[in-house]
Design a protein around this ligand. Structure first.
Ligand code: NAD
Ligand code: MG
Length: 396
Protein backbone atom coordinates (compact mmCIF):
# COMPACT_ATOMS: atom_id res chain seq x y z
CA UNK A 1 0.00 0.00 0.00
CA UNK A 2 1.23 3.49 -0.87
CA UNK A 3 -0.12 6.50 0.96
CA UNK A 4 0.08 9.41 -1.43
CA UNK A 5 0.45 13.15 -1.40
CA UNK A 6 -0.72 14.19 -4.85
CA UNK A 7 0.81 17.55 -5.79
CA UNK A 8 -1.00 19.18 -8.70
CA UNK A 9 -3.98 16.85 -8.28
CA UNK A 10 -6.29 18.91 -10.49
CA UNK A 11 -4.05 18.84 -13.57
CA UNK A 12 -3.70 16.37 -16.38
CA UNK A 13 -1.27 14.07 -14.54
CA UNK A 14 -2.92 14.65 -11.17
CA UNK A 15 -6.38 13.57 -12.35
CA UNK A 16 -4.96 10.51 -14.12
CA UNK A 17 -3.11 9.60 -10.93
CA UNK A 18 -6.38 9.75 -9.02
CA UNK A 19 -7.92 7.53 -11.70
CA UNK A 20 -5.30 4.89 -10.89
CA UNK A 21 -5.95 5.32 -7.15
CA UNK A 22 -9.72 5.11 -7.64
CA UNK A 23 -9.39 1.75 -9.40
CA UNK A 24 -7.24 0.21 -6.68
CA UNK A 25 -8.15 1.46 -3.20
CA UNK A 26 -6.44 -1.58 -1.67
CA UNK A 27 -3.07 -0.37 -2.90
CA UNK A 28 -3.45 3.42 -2.81
CA UNK A 29 -4.68 5.82 -0.21
CA UNK A 30 -4.69 9.59 -0.72
CA UNK A 31 -3.46 11.57 2.29
CA UNK A 32 -3.24 14.99 0.69
CA UNK A 33 -4.21 16.85 -2.45
CA UNK A 34 -2.84 20.15 -3.71
CA UNK A 35 -3.48 22.53 -6.56
CA UNK A 36 -2.74 26.06 -7.66
CA UNK A 37 -6.19 27.63 -7.69
CA UNK A 38 -8.65 25.11 -9.21
CA UNK A 39 -11.14 25.22 -6.34
CA UNK A 40 -14.01 23.42 -8.09
CA UNK A 41 -11.90 20.46 -9.13
CA UNK A 42 -10.13 19.97 -5.83
CA UNK A 43 -13.47 20.34 -4.03
CA UNK A 44 -14.86 17.32 -5.88
CA UNK A 45 -11.63 15.39 -5.27
CA UNK A 46 -11.84 16.10 -1.55
CA UNK A 47 -15.41 14.80 -1.40
CA UNK A 48 -14.32 11.62 -3.15
CA UNK A 49 -10.95 10.87 -1.54
CA UNK A 50 -11.44 12.55 1.86
CA UNK A 51 -7.74 13.37 2.35
CA UNK A 52 -6.43 14.58 5.70
CA UNK A 53 -5.10 17.75 4.10
CA UNK A 54 -5.74 19.81 0.98
CA UNK A 55 -3.72 22.84 -0.06
CA UNK A 56 -4.10 25.52 -2.70
CA UNK A 57 -1.00 27.54 -3.55
CA UNK A 58 -3.33 30.48 -4.03
CA UNK A 59 -4.39 31.73 -0.57
CA UNK A 60 -7.67 33.16 -1.83
CA UNK A 61 -8.57 29.85 -3.45
CA UNK A 62 -7.80 28.10 -0.17
CA UNK A 63 -10.13 30.45 1.71
CA UNK A 64 -12.97 29.86 -0.77
CA UNK A 65 -12.42 26.11 -0.56
CA UNK A 66 -12.39 26.12 3.25
CA UNK A 67 -15.58 28.14 3.45
CA UNK A 68 -17.35 26.06 0.80
CA UNK A 69 -16.57 22.80 2.55
CA UNK A 70 -17.58 24.15 5.94
CA UNK A 71 -20.93 25.32 4.65
CA UNK A 72 -21.91 22.49 2.37
CA UNK A 73 -20.05 19.51 3.80
CA UNK A 74 -19.49 19.96 7.52
CA UNK A 75 -18.97 16.19 7.77
CA UNK A 76 -15.69 16.48 5.80
CA UNK A 77 -12.75 16.75 8.17
CA UNK A 78 -10.09 17.61 5.56
CA UNK A 79 -7.90 20.46 6.77
CA UNK A 80 -7.40 23.16 4.12
CA UNK A 81 -4.18 25.15 3.91
CA UNK A 82 -3.08 27.90 1.55
CA UNK A 83 0.11 29.26 0.04
CA UNK A 84 3.41 27.62 -0.80
CA UNK A 85 3.77 26.60 2.83
CA UNK A 86 0.49 24.73 2.65
CA UNK A 87 1.69 22.82 -0.43
CA UNK A 88 4.94 21.98 1.35
CA UNK A 89 2.99 20.77 4.35
CA UNK A 90 0.98 18.48 2.09
CA UNK A 91 4.21 17.13 0.56
CA UNK A 92 5.87 16.50 3.91
CA UNK A 93 3.06 15.24 6.13
CA UNK A 94 4.01 12.27 8.26
CA UNK A 95 1.04 10.19 7.10
CA UNK A 96 2.15 9.90 3.46
CA UNK A 97 5.04 7.80 2.18
CA UNK A 98 4.99 8.78 -1.49
CA UNK A 99 4.73 12.14 -3.22
CA UNK A 100 3.33 12.26 -6.74
CA UNK A 101 4.88 15.41 -8.17
CA UNK A 102 2.60 16.82 -10.87
CA UNK A 103 2.81 20.54 -10.22
CA UNK A 104 3.68 22.41 -13.38
CA UNK A 105 6.93 24.36 -13.45
CA UNK A 106 9.63 25.09 -10.94
CA UNK A 107 6.93 25.64 -8.30
CA UNK A 108 7.28 21.89 -7.77
CA UNK A 109 10.93 22.04 -6.74
CA UNK A 110 10.71 23.11 -3.09
CA UNK A 111 7.93 20.68 -2.08
CA UNK A 112 9.77 17.82 -3.83
CA UNK A 113 13.03 18.76 -2.14
CA UNK A 114 11.45 18.92 1.32
CA UNK A 115 9.70 15.58 0.77
CA UNK A 116 12.76 13.68 -0.40
CA UNK A 117 14.78 15.06 2.52
CA UNK A 118 12.22 13.41 4.79
CA UNK A 119 12.75 10.07 3.06
CA UNK A 120 9.63 9.90 0.92
CA UNK A 121 9.45 8.16 -2.44
CA UNK A 122 8.91 10.62 -5.26
CA UNK A 123 6.94 9.67 -8.36
CA UNK A 124 7.98 12.57 -10.52
CA UNK A 125 6.18 13.99 -13.54
CA UNK A 126 7.30 17.55 -12.82
CA UNK A 127 10.42 17.62 -15.03
CA UNK A 128 11.19 21.28 -14.28
CA UNK A 129 12.16 20.17 -10.76
CA UNK A 130 15.03 18.08 -12.11
CA UNK A 131 15.99 20.53 -14.85
CA UNK A 132 16.42 23.33 -12.34
CA UNK A 133 17.34 21.41 -9.20
CA UNK A 134 18.72 18.06 -10.38
CA UNK A 135 22.15 18.76 -8.87
CA UNK A 136 20.53 19.01 -5.45
CA UNK A 137 17.77 16.41 -5.78
CA UNK A 138 19.80 13.57 -7.33
CA UNK A 139 22.38 13.16 -4.54
CA UNK A 140 19.52 13.06 -2.01
CA UNK A 141 17.77 10.44 -4.14
CA UNK A 142 20.92 8.32 -4.41
CA UNK A 143 21.53 8.40 -0.65
CA UNK A 144 17.93 7.55 0.10
CA UNK A 145 17.90 4.75 -2.47
CA UNK A 146 21.05 3.26 -0.92
CA UNK A 147 19.41 3.37 2.50
CA UNK A 148 16.16 1.80 1.28
CA UNK A 149 17.83 -0.70 -1.05
CA UNK A 150 15.59 0.27 -3.99
CA UNK A 151 14.93 3.29 -6.15
CA UNK A 152 13.04 6.19 -4.64
CA UNK A 153 12.87 8.65 -7.51
CA UNK A 154 10.33 7.05 -9.80
CA UNK A 155 10.05 8.68 -13.23
CA UNK A 156 6.54 9.37 -14.48
CA UNK A 157 7.47 11.32 -17.61
CA UNK A 158 6.67 8.68 -20.25
CA UNK A 159 10.06 8.71 -21.99
CA UNK A 160 11.93 8.41 -18.70
CA UNK A 161 9.59 5.72 -17.49
CA UNK A 162 10.36 3.85 -20.73
CA UNK A 163 14.13 4.27 -20.33
CA UNK A 164 13.89 3.26 -16.69
CA UNK A 165 12.02 0.06 -17.56
CA UNK A 166 14.55 -0.76 -20.30
CA UNK A 167 17.25 -0.45 -17.64
CA UNK A 168 15.60 -2.77 -15.12
CA UNK A 169 18.04 -5.61 -14.50
CA UNK A 170 20.68 -3.98 -16.68
CA UNK A 171 24.07 -2.98 -15.28
CA UNK A 172 24.43 0.78 -15.59
CA UNK A 173 27.93 0.47 -17.06
CA UNK A 174 26.38 -1.38 -20.00
CA UNK A 175 24.31 1.64 -21.00
CA UNK A 176 25.84 3.18 -24.08
CA UNK A 177 23.21 5.67 -25.30
CA UNK A 178 19.71 6.84 -24.57
CA UNK A 179 17.42 7.35 -27.56
CA UNK A 180 14.64 9.57 -26.35
CA UNK A 181 11.65 9.73 -28.66
CA UNK A 182 9.64 12.83 -29.50
CA UNK A 183 6.41 13.14 -31.42
CA UNK A 184 7.75 16.28 -33.06
CA UNK A 185 4.68 18.22 -31.96
CA UNK A 186 2.10 19.90 -34.18
CA UNK A 187 4.68 21.80 -36.27
CA UNK A 188 6.98 18.98 -37.27
CA UNK A 189 8.44 19.70 -40.69
CA UNK A 190 7.46 23.38 -40.61
CA UNK A 191 9.76 26.23 -41.61
CA UNK A 192 10.72 29.27 -39.53
CA UNK A 193 8.44 31.43 -41.69
CA UNK A 194 5.47 29.21 -41.02
CA UNK A 195 6.16 29.27 -37.27
CA UNK A 196 5.93 33.07 -37.24
CA UNK A 197 2.13 32.96 -37.52
CA UNK A 198 1.41 30.27 -34.97
CA UNK A 199 -1.35 31.06 -32.48
CA UNK A 200 -1.83 29.55 -29.01
CA UNK A 201 -4.89 27.70 -30.30
CA UNK A 202 -2.82 25.97 -33.01
CA UNK A 203 0.05 25.21 -30.64
CA UNK A 204 -2.34 23.69 -28.10
CA UNK A 205 -3.49 21.14 -30.65
CA UNK A 206 -1.01 18.32 -30.03
CA UNK A 207 -1.22 15.42 -32.50
CA UNK A 208 -0.80 12.49 -30.08
CA UNK A 209 -0.85 13.58 -26.42
CA UNK A 210 -3.50 15.37 -24.34
CA UNK A 211 -1.72 17.36 -21.62
CA UNK A 212 -1.70 20.60 -19.62
CA UNK A 213 -1.20 23.91 -21.45
CA UNK A 214 2.40 24.62 -20.54
CA UNK A 215 3.81 21.24 -21.57
CA UNK A 216 1.74 21.30 -24.76
CA UNK A 217 3.33 24.59 -25.78
CA UNK A 218 6.74 23.22 -24.78
CA UNK A 219 6.08 20.26 -27.08
CA UNK A 220 5.31 22.58 -29.96
CA UNK A 221 8.60 24.50 -29.51
CA UNK A 222 10.55 21.27 -28.74
CA UNK A 223 11.58 22.85 -25.43
CA UNK A 224 9.82 19.93 -23.79
CA UNK A 225 12.30 17.54 -25.39
CA UNK A 226 15.16 19.79 -24.36
CA UNK A 227 13.94 19.72 -20.76
CA UNK A 228 13.59 15.95 -21.02
CA UNK A 229 17.15 15.52 -22.29
CA UNK A 230 18.41 17.32 -19.18
CA UNK A 231 15.98 15.35 -17.02
CA UNK A 232 17.32 12.08 -18.49
CA UNK A 233 20.89 13.21 -17.85
CA UNK A 234 20.10 13.60 -14.16
CA UNK A 235 17.93 10.52 -13.72
CA UNK A 236 20.25 8.11 -15.48
CA UNK A 237 23.58 9.72 -14.58
CA UNK A 238 24.77 10.41 -18.13
CA UNK A 239 25.89 13.58 -19.85
CA UNK A 240 23.35 15.10 -22.21
CA UNK A 241 25.58 14.18 -25.15
CA UNK A 242 24.75 10.54 -24.46
CA UNK A 243 21.09 11.32 -25.11
CA UNK A 244 19.86 11.44 -28.72
CA UNK A 245 16.49 12.83 -29.69
CA UNK A 246 14.63 10.64 -32.17
CA UNK A 247 11.50 12.14 -33.70
CA UNK A 248 8.91 9.38 -33.89
CA UNK A 249 5.53 10.91 -34.82
CA UNK A 250 3.42 7.85 -34.00
CA UNK A 251 4.35 8.02 -30.26
CA UNK A 252 4.25 4.23 -30.01
CA UNK A 253 7.84 3.74 -28.88
CA UNK A 254 8.21 5.79 -25.72
CA UNK A 255 12.03 5.69 -25.77
CA UNK A 256 14.94 3.32 -26.25
CA UNK A 257 18.32 2.52 -24.79
CA UNK A 258 21.36 1.12 -26.57
CA UNK A 259 23.68 -1.13 -24.60
CA UNK A 260 27.41 -1.35 -25.20
CA UNK A 261 27.08 -4.50 -27.35
CA UNK A 262 24.75 -2.61 -29.71
CA UNK A 263 21.42 -4.01 -28.52
CA UNK A 264 18.58 -1.52 -28.66
CA UNK A 265 15.74 -1.98 -26.18
CA UNK A 266 12.48 -0.10 -26.53
CA UNK A 267 9.32 0.26 -24.48
CA UNK A 268 6.10 0.53 -26.46
CA UNK A 269 2.50 1.31 -25.75
CA UNK A 270 -0.38 3.66 -26.34
CA UNK A 271 0.25 7.35 -25.88
CA UNK A 272 -1.39 7.47 -22.44
CA UNK A 273 0.08 8.61 -19.13
CA UNK A 274 -1.91 6.02 -17.18
CA UNK A 275 0.77 3.40 -17.77
CA UNK A 276 3.81 5.44 -16.67
CA UNK A 277 1.85 6.57 -13.60
CA UNK A 278 1.08 2.92 -12.82
CA UNK A 279 4.68 1.81 -13.39
CA UNK A 280 5.91 4.41 -10.92
CA UNK A 281 3.23 3.85 -8.28
CA UNK A 282 3.33 0.05 -8.32
CA UNK A 283 7.13 -0.12 -8.44
CA UNK A 284 8.77 -2.51 -7.64
CA UNK A 285 5.67 -4.57 -8.45
CA UNK A 286 3.36 -4.24 -11.45
CA UNK A 287 -0.36 -3.48 -11.31
CA UNK A 288 -3.14 -5.00 -13.40
CA UNK A 289 -3.68 -3.43 -16.82
CA UNK A 290 -6.12 -0.51 -16.91
CA UNK A 291 -5.83 0.46 -20.58
CA UNK A 292 -7.10 -1.59 -23.51
CA UNK A 293 -4.45 -3.98 -24.74
CA UNK A 294 -1.64 -2.75 -26.97
CA UNK A 295 -2.37 -3.96 -30.50
CA UNK A 296 0.61 -4.21 -32.87
CA UNK A 297 -1.86 -4.51 -35.78
CA UNK A 298 -3.41 -1.13 -35.00
CA UNK A 299 -2.95 1.14 -38.05
CA UNK A 300 -0.98 3.53 -35.81
CA UNK A 301 1.66 0.80 -35.47
CA UNK A 302 1.82 -0.26 -39.10
CA UNK A 303 4.37 2.34 -40.07
CA UNK A 304 6.73 3.36 -37.30
CA UNK A 305 9.04 6.09 -38.54
CA UNK A 306 12.08 7.89 -37.15
CA UNK A 307 13.65 11.17 -38.13
CA UNK A 308 16.02 13.82 -36.81
CA UNK A 309 14.78 17.03 -35.23
CA UNK A 310 15.68 20.12 -37.23
CA UNK A 311 17.38 22.23 -34.57
CA UNK A 312 17.77 25.10 -37.04
CA UNK A 313 14.00 25.44 -36.86
CA UNK A 314 13.49 24.31 -33.27
CA UNK A 315 16.40 26.14 -31.72
CA UNK A 316 15.35 25.67 -28.11
CA UNK A 317 16.33 22.01 -28.33
CA UNK A 318 19.90 22.98 -29.23
CA UNK A 319 19.90 25.53 -26.42
CA UNK A 320 18.83 22.90 -23.91
CA UNK A 321 21.80 20.72 -24.91
CA UNK A 322 24.06 23.72 -24.34
CA UNK A 323 22.51 24.36 -20.92
CA UNK A 324 22.73 20.67 -20.00
CA UNK A 325 26.38 20.52 -21.06
CA UNK A 326 27.43 23.66 -19.18
CA UNK A 327 25.23 22.87 -16.20
CA UNK A 328 25.34 24.98 -13.07
CA UNK A 329 22.45 27.38 -12.88
CA UNK A 330 22.00 27.70 -16.64
CA UNK A 331 19.30 25.02 -16.94
CA UNK A 332 17.32 26.74 -14.17
CA UNK A 333 17.72 30.09 -15.92
CA UNK A 334 16.67 28.70 -19.28
CA UNK A 335 13.69 27.02 -17.67
CA UNK A 336 12.57 30.15 -15.82
CA UNK A 337 12.73 32.30 -18.96
CA UNK A 338 10.75 29.66 -20.80
CA UNK A 339 8.06 29.51 -18.10
CA UNK A 340 7.58 33.27 -18.28
CA UNK A 341 7.54 33.35 -22.08
CA UNK A 342 5.15 30.41 -22.44
CA UNK A 343 2.79 31.98 -19.96
CA UNK A 344 2.88 35.22 -21.89
CA UNK A 345 2.27 33.38 -25.18
CA UNK A 346 -0.71 31.54 -23.67
CA UNK A 347 -2.15 34.91 -22.58
CA UNK A 348 -1.90 36.08 -26.18
CA UNK A 349 0.66 38.75 -25.33
CA UNK A 350 3.51 37.58 -27.56
CA UNK A 351 4.05 35.64 -30.78
CA UNK A 352 5.21 32.02 -31.01
CA UNK A 353 8.80 32.80 -31.97
CA UNK A 354 9.01 35.37 -29.15
CA UNK A 355 9.12 32.43 -26.75
CA UNK A 356 12.41 31.33 -28.23
CA UNK A 357 13.70 34.90 -28.50
CA UNK A 358 13.00 35.58 -24.84
CA UNK A 359 14.68 32.40 -23.68
CA UNK A 360 17.78 33.03 -25.81
CA UNK A 361 17.98 36.64 -24.68
CA UNK A 362 17.77 35.83 -20.96
CA UNK A 363 20.11 32.86 -21.33
CA UNK A 364 22.71 34.99 -23.11
CA UNK A 365 22.61 37.61 -20.40
CA UNK A 366 23.60 34.99 -17.81
CA UNK A 367 25.87 32.83 -19.99
CA UNK A 368 28.67 35.34 -19.65
CA UNK A 369 31.49 33.59 -17.97
CA UNK A 370 29.72 33.22 -14.63
CA UNK A 371 30.50 29.72 -13.48
CA UNK A 372 27.43 29.31 -11.43
CA UNK A 373 27.83 26.22 -9.33
CA UNK A 374 24.72 24.90 -7.70
CA UNK A 375 25.28 24.44 -4.00
CA UNK A 376 21.83 24.86 -2.53
CA UNK A 377 18.20 24.97 -3.39
CA UNK A 378 18.22 28.68 -2.54
CA UNK A 379 20.82 29.28 -5.30
CA UNK A 380 18.46 27.66 -7.76
CA UNK A 381 15.41 29.59 -6.60
CA UNK A 382 17.38 32.86 -6.62
CA UNK A 383 18.59 32.25 -10.20
CA UNK A 384 15.04 31.31 -11.17
CA UNK A 385 13.77 34.60 -9.73
CA UNK A 386 16.42 36.71 -11.44
CA UNK A 387 15.81 35.04 -14.79
CA UNK A 388 12.06 35.63 -14.45
CA UNK A 389 12.65 39.33 -13.80
CA UNK A 390 14.94 39.55 -16.84
CA UNK A 391 12.40 37.74 -19.01
CA UNK A 392 9.60 40.03 -17.91
CA UNK A 393 11.74 43.11 -18.51
CA UNK A 394 12.58 41.83 -21.98
CA UNK A 395 8.95 41.16 -22.76
CA UNK A 396 7.97 44.70 -21.75
P1 NAD B 1 -1.50 20.86 -15.68
O1 NAD B 1 -1.37 22.30 -16.02
O2 NAD B 1 -2.59 20.08 -16.28
O3 NAD B 1 -1.61 20.72 -14.08
C1 NAD B 1 -0.76 21.40 -13.22
C2 NAD B 1 -1.17 21.20 -11.77
O4 NAD B 1 -0.31 22.01 -10.94
C3 NAD B 1 -2.59 21.68 -11.47
O5 NAD B 1 -3.15 20.87 -10.47
C4 NAD B 1 -2.38 23.08 -10.91
O6 NAD B 1 -3.45 23.52 -10.10
C5 NAD B 1 -1.11 22.88 -10.12
N1 NAD B 1 -0.34 24.09 -9.89
C6 NAD B 1 -0.09 25.08 -10.76
N2 NAD B 1 0.68 26.03 -10.20
C7 NAD B 1 0.93 25.62 -8.93
C8 NAD B 1 1.67 26.16 -7.85
N3 NAD B 1 2.31 27.33 -7.94
N4 NAD B 1 1.73 25.45 -6.70
C9 NAD B 1 1.06 24.28 -6.58
N5 NAD B 1 0.36 23.72 -7.57
C10 NAD B 1 0.29 24.39 -8.73
O7 NAD B 1 -0.09 20.21 -15.99
P2 NAD B 1 0.22 18.70 -16.38
O8 NAD B 1 0.13 18.54 -17.85
O9 NAD B 1 -0.50 17.76 -15.51
O10 NAD B 1 1.78 18.64 -16.05
C11 NAD B 1 2.28 18.60 -14.73
C12 NAD B 1 3.76 18.29 -14.76
O11 NAD B 1 3.93 16.99 -15.31
C13 NAD B 1 4.56 19.24 -15.66
O12 NAD B 1 5.82 19.44 -15.10
C14 NAD B 1 4.68 18.48 -16.97
O13 NAD B 1 5.83 18.82 -17.68
C15 NAD B 1 4.77 17.04 -16.45
N6 NAD B 1 4.32 16.04 -17.44
C16 NAD B 1 3.04 16.07 -17.89
C17 NAD B 1 2.61 15.13 -18.83
C18 NAD B 1 1.19 15.10 -19.32
O14 NAD B 1 0.83 14.21 -20.07
N7 NAD B 1 0.34 16.03 -18.94
C19 NAD B 1 3.51 14.17 -19.28
C20 NAD B 1 4.80 14.16 -18.80
C21 NAD B 1 5.20 15.10 -17.86
MG1 MG C 1 7.53 13.26 -21.79
Amino acid sequence: MRVLSVLGSTGSIGTQTLEVCRKDPDNFKVASLTCGSSVDKIYEQILEFKPLLAACADEKAAAILREGLKLEHPEITTRVEGGEQGVIEAATMAESDTVLGAIVGVAGLKPTYEAIKLGKDIALANKETLVAGGDIIMPLAHDLAAAKGREVLLPVDSEHCAIWQCLWGEKRQNLDRILITASGGPFRGWSRDQLGDVTAEKALNHPTWKMGGKITIDSSTMMNKGLEVIEAGHLFGVGVDKVDVVVHPQSVIHSMIRTKDGSVLAQMGKPSMILPIMVALYYPERGDRLLTEFDPFDPQCSNLTFEKCDTEVFRLLALAYDAGRKGGLLPAIMNAANEVAVNSFLMGEIGFLDIEKTVFEVYKSFDNGITSKVTSIDDVLEADKEARIKAMEYLK
